[in-house]
Design a protein around this ligand. Structure first.
Ligand SMILES: [Zn+2]
Length: 146
């Protein structure tokens, strides 16, 4: 039952190795939540959950593996380092696709599995280090060319 595809599709909880259930975001964030998309939540521990893509085909496609509080924080840190690489004001990559292709190659992970939602804590940390290194190299380049 515990295989990689089941984990990254949100079908089973990688911490408890148990089944998950689909719940509304209001059950995760409270009745005032306007987040909109559903979440897969662990049947044993309500602190293990992951969101789904809005308007996906088929519906309720998981963003990745279920996360606990610690992994959620690492995923946020990861996006915090990675997203500016392909976003204004000074993007290093033309678009998110080329940024993910770079990350995929650097981490030696298939592009389909190169997503923070699918990463473990160790992979988030690896991605963060790569992003920081890239920025550092870029800064060195900029300062020597001035
Ligand atoms: Zn769990």
């Amino acid at each position: 039952m515990n295989n990689f595809e089941d984990i990254i599709s949100g079908k089973i909880c990688p911490y408890c190795n148990c089944e998950t259930e689909l719940v509304s975001s209001k059950e995760i964030y409270g009745p005032d939540s306007t987040y909109g998309s559903n979440h897969y939540r662990c049947k044993k521990n309500p602190d293990h959950y992951v969101g789904t893509y809005k308007n996906s085909t088929p519906p309720n496609k998981s963003l990745g593996r279920l996360a606990d509080k610690e992994l959620r924080e690492w995923k946020m840190k990861g996006h915090g380092e990675f997203d500016p690489l392909h976003k204004a004001p000074n993007p290093h990559f033309e678009n998110s696709k080329s940024a993910y292709q770079w990350l995929s190659k650097e981490m030696n992970i298939e592009i389909n599995y190169t997503h923070f939602g699918m990463f473990t804590i160790e992979q988030c940390q690896q991605a963060i280090a790569l992003c920081q290194q890239l920025k550092k190299n870029q800064n060195t380049k900029n300062s020597t060319s001035e």
